[in-house]
Ligand binder design. Sequence first.
Ligand SMILES: *Cc1c(COP(=O)(O)O)cnc(C)c1O
Length: 227
Amino acid sequence: MIKDNIQKIINDIEEIKKTSFSSSGVTIIAASKMQDELAIEKALEAGIKDLGENKVQEFKEKYDIFKDRANFHQIGSLQSNKAKDVLGKVKLIHSLDRMSLLKTIEKRAIRDDLYQDCLLQVNVAKEDTKSGFYLEEVDEFLDQIETCERVKLKGLMTMAPYYDNHEDARWVFDKLKEKFDEIKDKSYDNISMEYLSMGMSHDYKEALKSGSNMIRIGTAIFGKRNY
Ligand SMILES: *Cc1c(COP(=O)(O)O)cnc(C)c1O
């Protein structure tokens, strides 16, 4: 079943690629929070190479088991005092959502002598329930990134509000793609726009149509989570 679910997503990606401009590869990140080893094993067998985790404790357990077979991503919000546990181990921190976290990561990365790739989380729709920078705050943040030695910004991430009609989320994805292209066209130190991380189980097709090249999928791969 997990295998079929993944195949369906791959087919959707192929289908959407035919009709939209995006030609670059799309990375499927399996959002594996709350999933056990067996489920993750099945996802990897079906071709998944990237796992997204929310909680640092869960990440640590899974990292030990799967680190040789998958790239890990920190997709959930990251407490500053736990940043040290993921640094140098995750391919990307998607949830760089505040200035103080940037400072914490930079400081710790210097101390541990490593580099860390991150995505800037943007709260495009300004929802109270979500973290991230507002679009108009992004430029100021880029200036800060330019002064870093160890943090490299590789792109942008967002979570759209939930809309019953998933097409209604397109404006959010289009806005972030616009910002992504704007930054890409300029030249900054420490910043290269490679990844646009947007789209989850219910809205990944819409995100892909807007140019996402990294989707974070939980439920549509593993089924409903038992919270
Ligand atoms: C859980 C989670 C996802 C995946 O959510 P689904 O709706 O299950 O696909 C994506 N992004 C983040 C940040 C998450 O926490």
